[in-house]
Design a binder for this molecule. Structure first.
Ligand code: KG4
Ligand code: ZN
Length: 375
């Protein structure tokens, strides 16, 4: 079975073609055009501008996905498209394009929740031809390892999660902890009460005058900093639920900067205050995530944990998870280029879903969430 995935929920225009052969899901092509560089000039996303860029990019990106896969539209079995959540103008471009292509090519549509899609990056075995526009290595793959065990390179059963499995989604718009019992059967355990983890990275970076998106910037500076240099709050870290709160951290960073009348303009590269503050911010966000995920593995006695979303590409988060999860727990982390928004994850999720019955009734839904119980 071969599926074309389309993803346009935010500032990435993405198309990918994936194949499922028995247990293997492989990438035949994976194309991502991003307007993030343009958005970075403004320190964040301007929705109308993101939507305009989506319109310009969508057809060339889909054409490129077919060219890279060396396939014709007649050779695919279905079209998968993100129908929410996200920016309405951006979502509309993908959804309406998918509807038109589905009618022209007589192919069914599978409508995918973007948040669920992120988790399905963990089911991809990216050994195929598609090595992505971002230069992802051909050998990149979802990592599966126990904290003391070797990575299994070959067995598809070993290289993807099985159920029950705990999932943590950490992206720019969402921080959600979910217990999966099967495909499309999950229980929502908790999420952020205010800012998402990625949003907190982005807002702190903006306060520090760093570029957007802030996560990779903060983690770059954090690498040489002291995470204990600044005492920053970790709201809700000791609450017994599975919720998170990050807006207090952003406020604490703003107050810290103000109390010092702003930090001095750096006269040299990587000034100490900047690397230390970045390391302290990163540690505060990661501590809260680790605490709740460890609590959930204990409560539900799960032996599999997967992470997903842009923040899941944070190296410190991955190493802290490996250090803090019980030895018998298997951790799944997608390769970095499948953590941030892409269409491969959307096509991957679609292999486990049914096509929609009435194509013309499909509507973009900017407010879609994971919060409804899916037992
Ligand atoms: O999943 P994603 O590409 O888009 C959403 O669906 O939101 O996530 C983007 C978020 C941004 O907030 C970005 O700052 C964050 O992921 N991010 C990171 C890293 N790479 C991306 N945060 C921390 N460390 C990183 N290495
Ligand atoms: Zn996303």
């Amino acid at each position: 079975m071969i599926i074309l995935g389309i993803e346009t929920s935010c500032d990435e225009t993405a198309a990918a073609i994936l194949e499922k052969n028995n247990d293997w899901i492989t990438i035949l092509s994976n194309v991502v055009a991003s307007s993030a560089l343009m958005q970075s000039k403004y320190g964040g996303i301007i929705p109308e501008q993101a939507a305009r860029e989506q319109i310009k990019s969508i057809i060339p990106v889909i054409k490129e996905a077919f060219a890279q896969a060396k396939l014709k539209p007649a050779q695919i079995d279905a079209i998968a498209v993100t129908f929410g959540p996200g920016l309405i103008g951006s979502l509309l471009v993908g959804v309406e394009t998918a509807k038109i292509l589905s009618l022209i090519w007589s192919k069914p549509i599978i409508a995918v929740n973007h948040l669920l899609g992120h988790f399905y990056a963990n089911w991809i075995y990216p050994k195929g031809r598609g090595d992505g526009e971002r230069g992802a290595p051909l050998s990149a793959r979802s990592e599966a390892r126990t904290s003391n065990g070797a990575v299994n390179q070959q067995d598809p059963e070993e290289s993807k999660p099985s159920f029950p499995c705990l999932g943590l989604l950490v992206s720019g718009g969402h921080t959600d902890l979910v217990r999966f019992l099967d495909h499309n059967k999950y229980e929502y355990l908790g999420g952020t009460r205010d800012d998402a983890a990625g949003e907190c990275f982005d807002k702190c970076a903006r306060l520090l005058g760093l570029a957007y998106p802030g996560g990779p910037e903060i983690s770059k500076y954090a690498a040489t900093g002291n995470p204990k240099a600044y005492k920053l709050p970790r709201p809700m870290i000791n609450s017994k639920d599975f919720d998170f709160s990050f807006s207090g951290l952003k406020t604490a960073v703003a107050n810290l900067i103000e109390s010092r009348n702003g930090f001095e303009i750096p006269k040299r590269q990587n000034p100490r205050y900047l690397v230390d503050l970045c390391a302290s911010i990163e540690a505060a966000i990661i501590d809260s995530l680790i605490k709740k995920i460890v609590l959930a593995t204990q409560k539900y006695k799960v032996e599999q944990v997967m992470i997903a979303g842009g923040v899941a590409s944070n190296k410190k988060l991955i190493s802290e998870l490996k250090d803090n999860l019980p030895r018998e727990v298997k951790l799944f982390v997608p390769p970095a280029y499948l953590c941030t928004d892409n269409a491969a994850m959307i096509a991957s999720a679609a292999f486990f879903q049914k096509p929609i019955k009435n194509i013309l009734s499909l509507q973009a839904n900017p407010n879609l969430s994971l919060e409804n119980l899916h037992f």
